[in-house]
Ligand binder design. Structure first.
Ligand code: ZN
Length: 456
């Protein structure tokens, strides 16, 4: 180790590494080498002189940055609508409003949503964007620009819908695209933006929306294109019993059987939700190492049901957490997800259904596994990327809670002393460094009013 290589020191804090052994330090330190973690250990950091920036972590807990595995950022400007509706009622209320989005609206919405994620400890997020109005412009480019401005590691999914109402689907015909247009745009997105490197800040996935809004041809063709291009596949699956009924009536099988028939199982696939799985579906998902983005807050808000988290984890399924779209989770606060995952799992399955450590692991290394990046992200280990959250636990809200991980998962959301993404400080002292939050708030309010007025 040379002192020149150390770019940032954090010490004096508790450390939950979330490594395979669950290593934790009551008081420890981390040294960063640029965008990589260099050293992690117990006690104070070595004295490297005054030339290296040092963050005093006294009173704080250091964890890996949280990984969000499912979102729809454009919904940040359509929150609070249809608040007491079923999923299908909620979708049919919102589709006509979403039909009015354009580049400016998506960039503002994504900035608001990404800022909320950063302020709640998230360092890597996906987005599933599946509404592309004909006059909307470059919507994926708009959210990619927003993520670059905020400074989060980003995995946008080129989503799609090609099964409009006239063909038996749920969405109105004016928000769906043709199969050819979708495949061309998907290939273009991969060519323009996908970066497979270890340090990548941006990876593309392909993501036909759901069984009730896409054709089997689109699912099959998207899987072929993704596998030829080395990108991942994502979709919504087994979210509600209405979807189960739709698949039984349309295809004569369950959503999980339908996806299996179309080649949508494998270590390169992850499903959002995965609530209504039977034992056979869990066994095939586990055997194929297909991932699940568990979205407990959204699932409870929509009343969709409670995913069988304990059974999925026991079967060895990679399970991460997701906030889901802001229109079904108005807070979209990443730290609420491990807490709500734990609460729902225990309310449903008893006191041993999910531990605080497993909840934190789902929010970090679990999400990294779901995105195929567990060699790079999700735990604090030398050589991994420097994505870290430093939580302040010495305010009256948390001071005196004996176990820092319990304080984080079960207590109120603590202030973030720092959020570091790829070695760069994005949040310091619970405020964004990369954007003006007050100005973004004003832009979000204006964009929301304009979009709702447009839908008339
Ligand atoms: Zn979703």
């Amino acid at each position: 180790m040379t002192t020149q290589a150390v770019t940032l020191i954090i010490d004096g804090c508790a450390v939950a590494t979330v490594d395979a052994d669950g290593t934790e330090y009551r008081s420890g330190h981390v040294l960063l080498y640029g965008n990589r973690i260099g050293v992690v250990g117990a006690g104070p950091a070595p004295d490297l002189g005054p030339g290296v920036r040092r963050i005093d972590g006294t009173g704080c807990l250091l964890t890996p940055g949280l990984v969000n595995t499912h979102h729809h950022l454009y919904q940040w400007i359509t929150r609070g609508l249809a608040p007491d509706h079923t999923l299908f009622e909620w979708l049919t209320t919102l589709y006509p409003i979403w039909a009015g989005i354009d580049e400016d609206a998506v960039r503002v919405a994504a900035t608001g949503g990404l800022a909320s994620l950063a302020r709640s400890g998230c360092t890597t997020t996906t987005d599933h964007h599946y509404v592309f109005p004909r006059e909307g412009g470059d919507l994926l480019g708009a959210e990619i620009a927003a993520a670059a401005d905020i400074g989060l590691r980003f995995h946008p999914c080129r989503g799609s819908m090609d099964l409009g109402k006239s063909k038996g689907g749920l969405p109105p015909d004016d928000v769906v695209e043709s199969l050819d247009a979708i495949l061309a745009a998907s290939a273009d997105a991969i060519d323009r933006w996908h970066d497979p490197s270890f340090d990548s800040m941006l990876r593309i996935a392909l993501a036909p929306c759901s069984p009730f809004s896409v054709t089997p041809e689109l699912l099959r063709e998207s899987a072929t294109l993704a596998r030829e291009s080395g990108v991942r596949l994502h979709t919504h699956l087994a979210e509600t019993l209405d979807e189960e009924d739709f698949c039984q009536q349309s295809f004569g099988c369950s959503p999980a059987q339908y996806m299996e028939q179309l080649g949508w199982l494998g270590p390169d696939v992850w499903y959002a939700h995965g609530i209504h799985f039977d034992d056979a579906a869990i066994a095939s998902i586990a055997a194929s190492r297909t991932g699940i983005a568990h979205c407990p807050t959204s699932n409870a808000r929509i009343g969709a049901g409670i995913a069988r988290t304990a059974d999925l984890l026991a079967a060895g399924v990679p399970v991460g957490l997701g906030v889901d779209g802001a229109a079904s989770n108005e807070s979209s606060s990443m730290l609420e997800e491990p807490r709500n995952a734990l609460l729902l799992a225990r309310a449903h399955g008893g006191p041993r259904a999910l531990t605080t450590r497993k909840a934190l692991a789902m929010a970090t290394i679990g999400g990294a596994r779901v995105l195929g990046r567990d060699a790079e992200l999700g735990s604090i280990e030398p050589g991994k990327l420097a994505d870290l959250a430093l939580w302040r636990l010495d305010t009256p809200a948390h001071a005196g809670i004996d176990d820092p991980v319990a304080a984080l998962i079960l207590g109120a959301r603590p202030p973030l002393a720092a959020l570091i993404v790829n070695g760069r400080e994005v949040v310091t002292d619970d405020a964004m460094r990369t954007i003006d939050e007050s100005e973004v708030g004003r832009q979000v309010a204006r964009a929301q009013a304009a979009l709702v007025a447009k839908a008339g």
